[in-house]
Design a protein. Structure first.
Length: 213
C-alpha cells in the first residue's frame, strides 16, 4: 500500500534549502485509449490533516472500483476547500497527441497540471520513468501510484476527470461505448468504428485508427 515515505525522503533532501518543503504527486491517465485526451493531475496532501480513513483507501486508481474512485475523488475535493489538499488538472488534446506522440503529450499534460497548482511546489514525485518539464526538482517513481499517497491521489483525480470527459464525448459520439470503455480498443469500440467510422475525437496517429480510415 502507498504511504508518505517517498514524500518524506524527498523533503529531507530539500530541507537544507527549505524549512518545510511541499512535495506533490503527479500522474496521468489515458495513454492507451484510441480516443479522447490524456489527462494528468498534481496533488499535494497535508500529511498531518489527512483523515486516516481516507489515507487507508488511497491506492493505484486501477485497483479501485469506479464508485470507490468517485467517492475518494469527492473527498479529496472537499478537503481542498479547507486547504488540506491542493489539486490541479492538466491535459493534452487529441490534436496534440497526434502531433507530438502520446509520450510527449502525456509529459505535457503533467507539466500543465503542475503549473496549474495554486503554489509552486518544492519537489514533485512523478509516476513513471520520465520527468516532464517542471518548475521544481522532480523524481520519477516506477509504479508510483502504488507507492506514494500523493501520486495515488493524483491518479484517482485524473482518472475520475477523464472518465467523465469520455462519458460526455460518448453523448456527442454515440455508438462507440466510450461511457463504458473510456476510448480503449474494446470489441464494442472496434464494432463502432466499423459501423460508424472515425470521429474527430479519435487519435489518428494510433495504428488501429489509421488503418480504419
Amino acid at each position: 500500500m502507498p504511504d508518505f515515505s517517498l514524500e518524506r525522503e524527498l523533503a529531507d533532501e530539500l530541507r537544507d534549502l527549505l524549512t518545510a518543503p511541499r512535495i506533490v504527486g503527479v500522474d496521468e491517465v489515458g495513454r492507451g485509449p484510441w480516443a479522447g485526451p490524456v489527462v494528468a493531475a498534481a496533488a499535494w496532501l497535508d500529511q498531518d490533516a489527512l483523515p486516516d480513513r481516507l489515507t487507508k483507501r488511497l491506492d493505484d486508481s486501477k485497483k479501485l472500483s469506479k464508485s470507490a474512485r468517485e467517492d475518494i475523488s469527492a473527498q479529496l475535493h472537499d478537503l481542498a476547500k479547507d486547504g488540506k489538499v491542493i489539486l490541479a488538472l492538466g491535459q493534452a488534446e487529441v490534436e496534440e497527441i497526434d502531433s507530438l506522440n502520446i509520450l510527449r503529450a502525456s509529459l505535457l499534460a503533467m507539466s500543465r497540471a503542475t503549473a496549474e497548482l495554486a503554489f509552486v511546489p518544492d519537489g514533485a514525485l512523478v509516476d513513471g520513468n520520465k520527468l516532464p518539464d517542471l518548475s521544481c526538482p522532480g523524481r520519477t517513481v516506477i509504479k508510483g501510484d502504488g507507492r506514494s499517497l500523493s501520486i495515488a491521489a493524483a491518479s484517482i483525480v485524473a482518472k475520475v476527470s477523464r472518465d467523465r470527459q469520455m462519458a460526455e464525448l460518448a453523448q456527442k459520439h454515440p455508438g462507440y461505448g466510450w461511457e463504458r470503455n473510456q476510448g480503449y480498443g474494446t470489441a464494442e469500440h472496434r464494432a463502432g468504428i466499423a459501423r460508424l467510422g472515425i470521429t474527430a475525437a479519435h487519435r489518428r496517429s494510433f495504428r488501429p485508427i489509421r488503418e480504419a480510415e
